[in-house]
Design a protein. Structure first.
Length: 159
């Protein structure tokens, strides 16, 4: 089993319900256990501003799925949530990003791990810091260090 971290995001159609349901669906993936989940966090959109604020969270899973099989499962769950692949960086009902897969570095056509945006995104780093501050992102440093470097981005922990 490999420990992997999944980023969840939503800003359409009841984002809180989207995320809570997605956590249940992550727990139901084959060969996978949901170890724990962060709190939910709210932030204004990175990218185009003419869209609602986002809710984000992080799930830590243990999985026997290979990276691309895991990616297939994540895309299936996104599709089940009515994800429509519209404009680049537009609003979405559910976004599931494979952020980290053990300590592996993966550069394939469909999949880059660690996720390429990880070091610039407080809405990923803040909830990840809640779960695993000392976790090392291959080639970049610890979550705590990366999060400190993004501290000017506003992300609010809710509930
Ligand atoms: N902005 C925030 N705050 N949270 C997200 O999850 C998010 N996801 C995206 C883009 C459009 C880049 N902006 C985001 O895909």
């Amino acid at each position: 089993m490999i420990i992997a971290y999944i980023g969840l995001g939503s800003n359409l159609d009841q984002p809180k319900q989207q995320l809570l349901q997605a956590l249940d669906e992550l727990a139901d993936m084959p060969e996978t256990r949901l170890n724990r989940a962060s709190s939910l966090y709210a932030s204004s959109p990175m990218g185009p501003k003419d869209q609602p604020d986002y809710l984000n969270a992080i799930a830590e899973i243990s999985t026997g799925l290979a990276p691309l099989a895991l990616l297939d499962e994540l895309q299936r769950i996104e599709d089940d949530h009515g994800r429509i692949r519209g404009r680049h960086w537009g609003p979405r009902t559910l976004d599931l990003d494979l952020l980290l897969y053990g300590e592996q570095v993966i550069r394939e056509q469909r999949l880059t791990v660690p996720h390429p945006g990880i070091a610039q995104r407080a809405f990923v780093l803040k909830p990840l810091e809640e779960l695993a501050p000392r976790l090392v992102v291959p080639e970049l440093g610890t979550i705590r260090e990366l999060s400190a470097a993004c501290k000017d981005q506003q992300v609010r922990r809710i509930k």
